[in-house]
Design a protein. Structure first.
Length: 170
């Protein structure tokens, strides 16, 4: 009962997906079973066999086609091996208001890191900080800043990080 009434044990997105998935599977299976039994009950054995066999084969074909589409079209990231051995931490310090070609700089950097096949990157927002200008940027209400510090952290091999640096000097 807690599952259906909005428990906070699982996220609303997961709860919705499970509920819709369960209901969809239940109604599909119910319809399939009803129509199969009706055809068999009416003595339509040939049609029942074709209907049941065609449905099962069609479902298998759809699963295989969906898997092929996902692998060939949707996963554009280069294969990344699991993290093993020594890694280097690279930190990139930028401001929240920094832009690159009209979009937030942190988004552009994340896209570039992902395209290069790095294992991962995390953007952290600072609650306060100052840079070369010595101006303190803070999220306090009385001194609201529109340019909080951001840190992008990347953990990767030293070689992969060194290979990135020359491409980012422009």
């Amino acid at each position: 009962m807690r599952f259906a009434t909005g428990s906070t044990v699982i996220s609303p997105e997961l709860r919705g997906g499970l509920t819709i998935g369960f209901c969809g599977a239940f109604t599909t299976m119910s319809t399939f079973s009803y129509e199969s039994i009706r055809l068999l009950g009416d003595g339509e054995y040939w049609y029942a066999g074709v209907y049941m066999g065609g449905t099962v084969l069609g479902c298998l074909a759809a699963v295989i086609a969906g898997a092929a589409v996902q692998v060939n079209c949707c996963d554009r990231r280069p294969h990344v091996s699991p993290i093993q051995g020594e890694r280097t931490l690279m930190r990139i310090f930028i401001g929240e208001s920094d832009k690159y070609q009209g979009k937030p700089l942190y988004e552009a950097l994340l896209e570039r890191l992902r395209a290069k096949g790095l294992a991962g990157a995390t953007v952290l927002r600072g609650v306060a900080g100052f840079g070369a200008s010595s101006v303190v940027h803070t999220e306090k209400v009385l001194r609201l800043s529109l340019d909080l510090p951001l840190i992008i952290e990347v953990v990767e091999t030293e070689e992969a990080i060194q290979a990135l640096l020359p491409t980012w000097t422009r």
